[in-house]
Write a protein that binds this ligand. Sequence first.
Ligand code: TEU
Length: 578
Amino acid sequence: MHLTNNTELETKRWWKDGIVYQIYPSSFKDSNGDGLGDIPGIISKLDYIKDLGTDIIWLSPHYKSPQVDMGYDISDYQDIHEPYGTLQDCKDLIQACHKRNMKIIFDLVVNHTSDKHRWFQESRKSKDNPKRDWYIWRPAKYDEHGNRQPPCNWRSFFGGSAWKWDERSEEYYLHLFAVEQPDLNWENEHVRKAIYEEAMKFWLDLGVDGFRVDTVNMYSKILPFADAPIEDASDELQPAWMLFCNGPRMHEFLGEMNTQVLSHYDAMTVGELPHTPDPEHVLRYVGSSANQLNMVFQMDMVNLGFGSNFKYDMQEWHLKDLKTGLEKWQSFIIGNDGWTTIFLENHDQARSISRFGSDDPLYRDVSGKMLATFLCTLTGTLFLYQGQEIGMVNVPKSWPIEEYKDLESLNYYNYIKEKTKGDTKALQTALEGISKLARDHSRTPFQWDDSQHAGFTTGDPWMRVNDIYTEINAKAQLSNQDSILSFWKKAIQFRKEYKDLCVYGDFHLCDLENTATVTYIKHYKGQKMLVTLNFTKEAQDIVIPTDAQGKLELVLSNSESSDTEKLGAYEARVYIVN
Ligand code: TEU
């Protein structure tokens, strides 16, 4: 075989050009009327997902869990959350995907378990329990007045100290997330072995095609535990990611996971990699020669507008910020063996049309189609989140806090309430932040049709359905050639047809300083594609970059316009440059 072909085979892999569709099981489709989505419900909709053109399903946690953090608190890696179904249902789901020539990956949540996991139940019994060291226990510190204090000043992701005092065994345990999510002690090799066996091999042997790896850079913490620098002078507790992300043994652990587990399977891995801004460092995770992960999620675009101490303390952001993050993670793989991802939504983010387009009914569809064009022409593995394909938007601003279910939103609201002694204005500002950025926006039930509860359930949905379901639902869009859903299908087919340019091409941004448009050129072995997108409601000049001068052939667009001078509101155009 010719050398170039060999290289092509090595560099083009199913997990690079396959498009991923993320399912959040509680909110996708309920089959038995208990108000909660389930695995048989997912199976009943596989043809819908296949028809969209996606190839790989990522299932958010379906494991046994008390659901404090919607399944990211696992109490048994080898069992299923009862309302979602049985192990047999799960095997059927894997088989049903494979039968349709689709792959399926599961969520691997191994930074922490639920406090109800049998490992933690053992560990917390006493200081000399054989599993004590499976979690991270430390004695109390005492201040000058003799008051008991946690070992250090770390703030947990969901508010409050990252250390919880355990009355019975009289020590603190570490939880970077909720109190009910104690961190596993990866320093202990028995813990690592147990994770490999129970959380990974068990599922890979059942045919699962890989994992989305939760919080992939937090397993190795910087020891001994020290206070984080003061960034928020108004609080005793401080963000401490610089001390618990990318610790000294991180790459050793992932290397071991690879040698002992992943290398024995054709498994795909995508890690969630917050707080790692240095591309050189990211390559240590995703360079193919590093043998760690296939790719990671970078948060630069999805975290735009987040406050620095608390995400709901919203900050203004500009299109230039989006382009800076975009360019950074699109181009960092040029000339090396790394790989990248593209996404604007997942279960931790508000809806992309509401954030980056417009949910004004006048512009909802066109901006949704513009974002679809954007995502489908970017380099890397593309991830879609359920409902994104029908343009689901944030819940109405009028929803009171009682409709929000996520512990992150609720903890923040309660924190503000306590801190300001219930100040109405402060609480209103908090709710505004939540109504823009809460994780809840992505977690409302899927809008299948315009019947009661959007056809999601025949019972009472666990979370209120977005009021807009009569206007935005899959059924209406399936039969409408002009719908966002139909456009997504077209854009996905386009991505497949122009795979070299879209998935594998080199990305070059053309208009960093422009505050209204995003324009880039994709190159692949002499082929060239120009993409120009209007991110505003106002018409914008079309500026053809010098590098794209030539005969332009329009190959994808979200409008009928033939104006060669201007892009209309949220207009998107893709040209092949001849
Ligand atoms: O998220 C990890 C993470 O880094 C969070 O800070 C995330 O950025 C946050 O939710 C944004 O508001 C993962 C999961 O994706 C998330 O759903 C879980 O709650 C978390 O781990 C704990 O397992």
